[in-house]
Design a binder for this molecule. Structure first.
Ligand SMILES: [Zn+2]
Length: 265
């Protein structure tokens, strides 16, 4: 782990705005205050930017997880774990990590220290996310769906986590036919998932396409279980549709709804 007083290393770490040297003091402030605003600033302004992660992301995450581990502020802990879920979606294997390191920035020893501490912290992340999944009743529906992303990352369902990140508003999902790649628009209209051949915001007078619910033999236990544990009422009604089938409006082939949504990523 890169310690907070090793400023000469922090200074070298790549970041969105080339100012990683400010991170140690932010981490210190966060550990003292457990202030969500500081956590948000640290995560969304300094270590994650428009879907990209940096060397300073890898060095910062172990410190943030240590703070969560030592804190008994459940709301703070859950909120920050949910944010880290988005940051960590694709970050828990070594080959992904190696692509983050820029050339000539760091020596091998420094890189190794960052990698080892980061991989250890991923284990910590998994355990913490699992532990706090039983405390999510304090969250609103939107935050619960964010926490679901962290949960799916913790069980290595990365692409599935990406789906709930992409469609985090939960009002619209896109089905892309695995046979012909044509899109179908799935709209969540008061807990009913309606399918349309073109975007209903631009084409208001179109017929709904038929979705047969619960007809597919796809196993979504990995999704239903956390939704039940966290009591995510905004997703429960969609499960029968996710387990259903739709006939593509373009090629007429039948496909499972969730597989088509997965195919949109
Ligand atoms: Zn098709």
């Amino acid at each position: 782990m890169i310690e907070l007083d090793e400023l000469h290393i922090w200074r070298k770490l790549s970041s969105p705005y080339r100012n990683s040297e400010v991170i140690p003091s932010l981490i210190q402030e966060l550990s003292k205050s457990l202030n969500k605003k500081i956590a948000d600033e640290l995560i969304w302004e300094h270590i994650y930017h428009q879907g990209s992660v940096y060397e300073n992301t890898l060095a910062t995450v172990p410190h943030v997880l240590m703070i969560i581990e030592e804190s008994d502020d459940i709301e703070f802990n859950i909120d920050v774990l949910a944010s880290l879920g988005v940051v960590l979606i694709y970050l828990d294997n070594i080959s992904e990590l190696e692509q983050i390191f820029e050339e000539d920035h760091l020596n091998e020893k420094e890189k190794n220290r960052i990698q080892i501490a980061f991989m250890d912290s991923i284990e910590k992340f998994r355990n913490l996310v699992n532990k706090y999944s039983h405390n999510t009743e304090i969250l609103n529906e939107d935050s619960k769906r964010f926490y679901l992303i962290a949960f799916l990352v913790s069980i290595k369902r990365h692409k599935e986590a990406e789906i709930f990140k992409t469609f985090n508003i939960n009002d619209e999902y896109i089905f892309v036919c695995p046979t012909c790649e044509e899109e179908t628009f799935l709209w969540n209209e008061e807990n009913v998932l309606n399918a349309y051949s073109s975007d209903p915001t631009t084409n208001k007078n179109q017929e709904k396409l038929r979705i047969d619910v619960n007809t597919s033999n796809i196993n979504l236990d990995w999704l239903e279980k956390p939704i039940d544990i966290m009591n995510i009422n905004s997703l429960k009604p969609l499960i029968p549709y996710f387990k259903g089938d739709i006939n593509c409006h373009s090629c007429n082939k039948k496909h499972n709804v969730f597989k088509g949504i997965m195919n949109s990523i």
